[in-house]
Design a binder for this molecule. Structure first.
Ligand code: ZN
Ligand code: ZN
Length: 316
C-alpha cells in the first residue's frame, strides 16, 4: 500500500495544505487538497474517497473535483462516509445551493458522485480497480443512499518501523477474533473499518487493510478510547496517522474543538500496545502555531515518530 501525502495541515497557506492522503493512486482519505495536488489526469483516476467527517478542511475539494471529472469517467466516484456525514453532504453541500447536486448529475442513474454510508465498526471492502460494484460484500448494517446507494518510507521513522515489523512473528498473523481478520483480500482490494472518535461532529477514524498490511488514520479527534482498543487488536498494523492540531497552551480550545495537543498525544499513546514498533505519522498541525507545536512535539522524544510533510510518500 503506497500512501502519498497531498495535504497534512489543519489550515491552508501557500506552504500548507489541508488533509488529504492518496492511497495507490485511486483512493483518497479525505479531500482537503485533491485539486491543488493532483493533475487532472490523476484526479480522473480517483475511484473511492474515504471521508472522515464533514468539516470543510476535509471535504472542500469534493466540489471542484466533481466539476472537473464530469464526462471523463464511466462510473461514479464513491464517497464512503458515516451516516451523519452523508446527511450533511446531502443537505448542506451538494444541495443545489452551495454546490450543484453531483450525486444526481448528469443523471440520477449515473451520477458523478455516489455517497455510500457505512455504520461504525462494520467493515466494508473496496474492490480492485475495474470492479465498479459498490463496496462489497454488503455488510450487516451497511446501506447505500443517495440515488443508489511493511513499510519502506522516505522518512527514517517509517524505515525503522518497517524493519522492526518485518522481523516480527506477529506480522500478518491475524486472529479470528480480530476485527480486521475477515479473510484474504484480492490484489488491489481493501477492507475498511470506520471507528467513531471525539469531535464536535461525527468523525470516523479508520483502519484500512490492504494485501500488505493495515494502516490507521485517526481523523480529527480529542481523547478517545475505542479506536485504540481496536487498533491494539490489529496484528498487521504498519503505521498510524494521528492528528495533532494545537500547542499545549491552547489545551482548553483543543479539548472543546476535539483535537490533540502534544500533551494529549503523550497521554493517548499510553493506550497503544507495542507503540514503539509502529511508525507514528503526525499530521493536522495548525499553520498559525506550527513552530511552537512542532517544538513541543519534538520535546516528547517519541520513538518512531515522523511529522508528516507535503510530498511525503510511504510504502506499507
Ligand atoms: Zn474537524
Ligand atoms: Zn480537520
Amino acid at each position: 500500500m503506497r500512501v502519498r501525502v497531498l495535504g497534512c495541515h489543519g489550515g491552508e497557506t501557500p506552504r500548507h495544505r489541508t488533509t488529504c492522503l492518496l492511497i495507490d493512486e485511486r483512493i483518497t482519505i479525505d479531500a482537503g487538497a485533491v485539486c491543488r495536488s493532483l493533475a487532472l489526469d490523476e484526479q480522473v483516476k480517483l475511484d473511492h474517497m474515504l471521508i472522515s467527517h464533514s468539516h470543510m478542511d476535509h471535504v472542500k475539494d469534493l466540489a471542484l473535483l466533481a466539476d472537473q471529472v464530469i464526462g471523463r469517467r464511466g462510473h461514479p466516484v464513491v464517497l464512503h462516509c458515516g451516516p451523519e456525514t452523508a446527511e450533511t453532504l446531502s443537505s448542506s453541500y451538494f444541495n443545489n445551493y452551495l454546490w450543484p447536486d453531483f450525486t444526481k448529475i448528469p443523471t440520477p442513474q449515473s451520477p458523478v458522485m455516489l455517497i455510500d454510508v457505512h455504520e461504525p465498526e462494520v467493515s466494508f471492502r473496496i474492490p480492485p480497480s475495474g470492479v465498479t460494484a459498490l463496496a462489497a460484500p454488503a455488510a450487516k448494517g451497511k446501506r447505500a443512499t443517495r440515488g443508489s446507494a511493511a513499510a519502506t518510507k522516505k522518512a527514517t521513522a517509517g524505515k525503522r518501523g518497517t524493519s522492526s515489523k518485518k522481523g516480527s512473528s506477529k506480522a500478518g498473523a491475524a486472529t479470528a477474533s480480530a476485527p480486521m481478520a475477515h479473510g484474504p483480500l484480492a490484489e488491489g482490494e481493501y477492507q475498511v473499518q470506520f471507528i467513531p472518535v471525539t469531535h464536535p461532529v461525527e468523525s470516523m477514524a479508520m483502519i484500512i487493510r490492504g494485501t500488505t498490511g493495515s494502516i490507521l488514520y485517526s481523523s480529527d479527534t480529542g481523547p478517545t478510547t475505542r479506536l485504540w482498543q481496536l487498533a491494539n487488536k490489529v496484528t498487521d498494523l504498519r503505521g498510524m496517522f494521528v492528528e495533532l492540531s494545537f500547542p499545549n497552551h491552547m489545551q482548553a480550545l483543543a479539548d472543546v474543538a476535539g483535537h490533540y495537543t502534544p500533551q494529549t498525544l503523550e497521554a493517548e499513546l499510553k493506550k497503544v500496545r507495542d507503540r514503539d514498533d509502529i511508525p507514528l505519522f503526525i499530521y493536522h498541525l495548525k499553520p498559525t502555531f506550527y513552530e511552537v507545536t512542532k517544538n513541543e512535539l519534538a520535546a516528547l522524544r517519541l520513538k518512531n515518530m515522523h511529522l508528516v510533510e507535503l510530498t511525503d510518500e510511504f510504502a506499507f
